[in-house]
Design a protein around this ligand. Sequence first.
Ligand code: PLP
Length: 218
Amino acid sequence: MSLTEIQSRISEACANAGRNPDEVTLIAVSKVQPNERVAAVLAEGHRCFGENRVQEAAGKWPDFQEEFGRVELHLIGPLQTNKARQAIDLFDVIHSVDRPKLAHTLARLRKETGHCPDLFIQVNTGEEDQKAGVMPADADAFIAECRDLNLPVIGLMCIPPADEEPSLHFALLAKIAKRNGLEKLSMGMSGDFETAIAQGATHVRVGSAIFGAREYDH
Ligand SMILES: *Cc1c(COP(=O)(O)O)cnc(C)c1O
């Protein structure tokens, strides 16, 4: 597959849902991909990318931005508090705020530096032990806590369990966002972004369908 093919599938999914394609941001998830593949998508003009790990992003994006100009960078993987400082310098948006300790660290850094990326709160809609994210039952209180800290929370993010119907999880995320007055929904990956768009996604995170399969072992 390719960038243009994914873009046209997004337009089609928007048309089917009666939505404007401008409402949906395509985050090209470049984690673990070889630099040639990322450079090719940059050369096609795409300027919005997602990474899972602060360290990996810090190792490649300054050079890419020197070569290709400004890129909007999204952190979509878990964030350790000891990497928060580096993360706010590197990323425009963080999708994985999921616990009070991290929220307090970001609030302190915001005071110190005068800036903070836009934030999504990650919700563990499948209540999976191994997955990050605030539990659905705790989401309202955590959103309120982040707002009390004056953090720029713009929406919610989820990663549905691999073996379940994603639309139930997308619907739950949309419902929690709506009752909290949050407009942005980061949901949908290579296998389910059209379903996510039908349910209101504003940010889809698509990796392998654009770049090809990830090779973790070399
Ligand atoms: C890797 C990753 C993606 C992209 O997954 P694909 O299936 O390759 O599209 C999206 N979101 C998160 C949080 C990821 O870690």
